[in-house]
Design a protein around this ligand. Structure first.
Ligand SMILES: Nc1ncnc2c1ncn2[C@@H]1O[C@H](COP(=O)(O)OP(=O)(O)OP(=O)(O)O)[C@@H](O)[C@H]1O
Ligand SMILES: N[C@@H](CCO)C(=O)O
Length: 295
């Protein structure tokens, strides 16, 4: 039996559209047990079939790629990552599915190759990279392969997420983006993303506040997110940086203190303060013990 824990991820980190993401310690946990047929336990009804379950789709993708006969399993799920809220729920399912398949394929693929596979299924690397590697990860592509770079984060930084009770599917949120952008908007983002690792490394909130200003996606998506303007106005009064998390509806706040919390309570949405995550954990039950089997 296999147990795979995958963390939530906040993609884009404001100005790193489709490039940057950070792992946060909110988890989905999956178990895989060999079975005579595929079974889905713990998923909502609508996701409890081979046709609708993303873990299965990712698992099958790897067996097909390897041209191997698929191993039927019972997939168990228990999780805290909200669905379609900009916290990488889909990536967590994809990463679990491909790491489980790779385990049954005796680690045929390296971690970096699994990163390529996860990106191919998800469509962009910025959630799957931190889900696999942990931390703050910037990804780039060369010759069709994806490569991660992990950047240090100052220990005093706190990551709070405000989670509206509204689903925003990534597909829909990509649909509202313009097909073309002015050069000056690209330069605006480039000038910020290049300075972002320094701000995270130093824990420099003043710099983070300056850099958290996006022109590639946030202006077009803010209308999909209830109370976006109200929450942004509150956070802007404090020593804290604010952005949409992934494609929304969650909003990310980076700060050193939580002085904004009292005022934020006026907006009646759940707020969690999370630690930076450390990446996927694959464990095998071996003679009564859970043994770490990360590839
Ligand atoms: N707990 C879950 N059970 C079953 N399917 C899930 C679960 N969580 C996510 N999914 C799948 O992932 C899809 C949501 O993916 P989507 O990319 O829209 O949102 P997200 O990954 O939460 O947000 P973002 O990519 O912006 O961080 C769901 O429609 C479903 O197919
Ligand atoms: N970079 C992606 C992250 C969401 O999954 C987007 O913003 O559409």
């Amino acid at each position: 039996m296999l147990k795979i824990k995958v963390e939530a991820t906040s993609a884009n980190v404001c100005v790193g559209f489709d490039v940057l993401g950070i792992a946060l310690n909110l988890y989905n946990e999956f178990t895989f047990k060999k079975s005579s047929e595929f079974k889905f336990v713990g998923f909502e009804e609508e996701f409890s079939s081979c046709e609708t379950n993303l873990v299965y789709e990712a698992y099958k993708y790897v067996f097909d790629l390897a041209k191997e006969v698929i191993v039927p399993v019972e997939i168990g799920f228990i999780g805290d990552i909200p669905v379609s809220r900009g916290l990488g729920s889909s990536s967590s399912l994809i990463v679990a599915g491909i790491f489980a398949a790779n385990y049954y394929l005796k680690n045929k693929y390296s971690k970096r190759e699994l990163f390529d596979i996860a990106t191919a299924i998800e469509g962009h690397p910025d959630n799957v990279a931190p889900a696999i590697y942990g931390g703050l990860v910037a990804s780039y592509q060369k010759d069709g392969k994806y490569y991660p770079n992990i950047y240090p984060i100052h220990k005093d930084l706190k990551f709070s997420v405000v989670i509206p009770n509204v689903k925003v599917s990534t597909h829909d949120a990509r649909g509202v983006l313009p097909k073309e952008l002015p050069y000056k908007d690209i330069v605006w983002n480039l000038s910020r993303i290049v300075n972002l690792p320094k701000a995270f490394m130093e824990g420099n909130i003043e710099l983070l506040k300056d850099l958290f200003s996006d022109k590639l996606h946030e202006p077009y998506r803010s209308k999909l997110i209830p109370a976006y303007s109200d929450i942004k106005s509150i956070i802007n009064k404090y020593n804290a940086a604010f952005a949409i998390s992934g494609s929304g509806s969650t909003m990310l706040i980076v700060s050193k203190d939580l002085s904004f919390m009292d005022e934020l309570k006026q907006i009646d949405y759940p707020v969690l303060t999370l630690e930076v995550g450390s990446g996927v954990k694959v464990e095998e039950l071996y003679e009564g013990w859970w043994i770490l089997r990360n590839s």
